[in-house]
Design a protein around this ligand. Structure first.
Ligand SMILES: Cc1ncc(COP(=O)(O)O)c(C=O)c1O
Length: 356
């Protein structure tokens, strides 16, 4: 059987959740499990995250999956509902909605009795400069006052556009958030994703919303998960299925983009872009064998890659780590001009998921 496997380490996931608890001891935790738990498989992750206060998802379908799997924690729909008919299931399944435009507020008003009777909160999104979702500063106070007047309990929320960088917008976003918070009187608040949990302890407020840090990838461009005391949850691995000894001057792979500069031992590994392994690396890319980095040579094909094993002991059947503890997903991402989030989320269904 083709051995392309994604191992999910539940203990690492629990460890990372505990790191959030250490970093934000006074806040409730909304664990972000959208996009199938960032590609890790939501059903593989919920048990390890069971001590979280709430889950965060992008849509109703993702919330229903959590309920189907038997988890009763609060769930926040971080884009709210997409049409009024979704309110029936919001009420039935006790889901909390974000509102980021007026129509969503109207839909909530139409169902206020049932919603409020369940003690559900409404998350009201401030567009503090990212210009993705939310009410602008000049309208949000009115929205919150109206919601409060109708008996809703509100959570003021926003999302940073550049918390991983020193960008002037950060300060603007913080100032806008604080000024709305103050103007609204007592109100629950939430603005920190993973990077902000590390960077802005003074802004943890009532809820923090960690995503990528739970999965053991780094939200910072200049810090590794090891620097942050987090553990990679996913190990993506495959095995060597063929060996070729090639002579100086021979080519490897499609397009013959690689020419051996000396005689070399080349191994073929059963992984490719059909599994979600990225093809377009812009810097040298590596895999790991026995904790040693080994270079990829030539193009990534749909089902295979070639690696130069001249400096390492390997044979048919040897396990190759595509990313995990040694070859960090963030480093694979950098070599491919992208971010760890994308690589994790876009894994295909072909590699078998196994709990470690
Ligand atoms: C509203 C919101 N909160 C929190 C997160 C979690 O972010 P991160 O994975 O960077 O921690 C996301 C992710 O995109 C988000 O959209």
């Amino acid at each position: 059987m083709r051995q392309a496997t994604v191992y999910i380490d539940s203990q690492a996931l629990q460890y990372n959740l505990n790191r959030v608890k250490q970093l934000a001891p006074h806040s409730k935790i909304v664990s972000m499990v959208k996009a199938n738990a960032y590609g890790h498989g939501v059903k593989n992750c919920l048990a390890a995250l069971n001590t979280t206060d709430a889950f965060g998802v992008a849509c109703l379908e993702e919330a229903l999956e959590i309920r189907r799997l038997g988890y009763q924690q609060s769930i926040t729909l971080i884009e709210g509902i997409f049409s009024e008919d979704e309110m029936t299931q919001v009420i039935e399944q006790k889901l909390e909605c974000i509102v980021h435009h007026r129509q969503q507020v109207e839909w909530l008003f139409a169902h206020k009795q049932a919603y409020n009777a369940l003690g559900l909160k409404v998350w009201v999104k401030l567009n503090s400069g990212m210009n993705r979702l939310g009410f602008k500063i000049n309208e949000i106070i009115d929205v919150i006052q109206c919601l409060k007047a109708e008996g809703f309990t509100c959570v003021l929320t926003m999302h940073f556009a550049n918390a991983d960088a020193d960008h002037p917008l950060n300060q603007q976003q913080i100032e806008q958030f604080l000024s709305v918070k103050q103007a609204c009187g007592p109100i629950l608040a939430s603005c920190c994703n993973s990077v902000a949990i590390y960077k802005y302890p003074e802004l943890h407020f009532d809820y923090v919303r960690p995503g990528i840090m739970l999965y053991g990838a780094s939200p910072f461009a200049d810090k590794t998960v090891h620097d942050l005391d987090l553990k990679p949850v996913m190990t993506f691995s495959a095995e060597i299925i063929a060996l070729n000894h090639i002579q100086k001057g021979e080519y490897v792979g499609y397009g013959s983009t690689y020419t051996a500069t000396q005689n070399a031992d080349i191994a073929i590994v059963s992984i490719g872009y059909g599994d979600g392994y990225p093809r377009a690396f812009i810097h040298p890319n590596f895999v790991a064998i026995h904790q040693q980095l080994v270079p990829i040579v030539g193009r990534v094909s749909m089902d295979m890659i070639a690696i130069d094993i001249s400096q390492v002991k390997a044979e048919i059947g040897t396990q190759v780590e595509l990313w995990g503890n040694t070859r960090l997903v963030d480093d694979v991402a950098t070599a491919n001009g992208t971010i760890g989030y994308e690589l994790l989320c876009r894994l295909s269904n072909r590699p078998v998921r196994k709990l470690k």
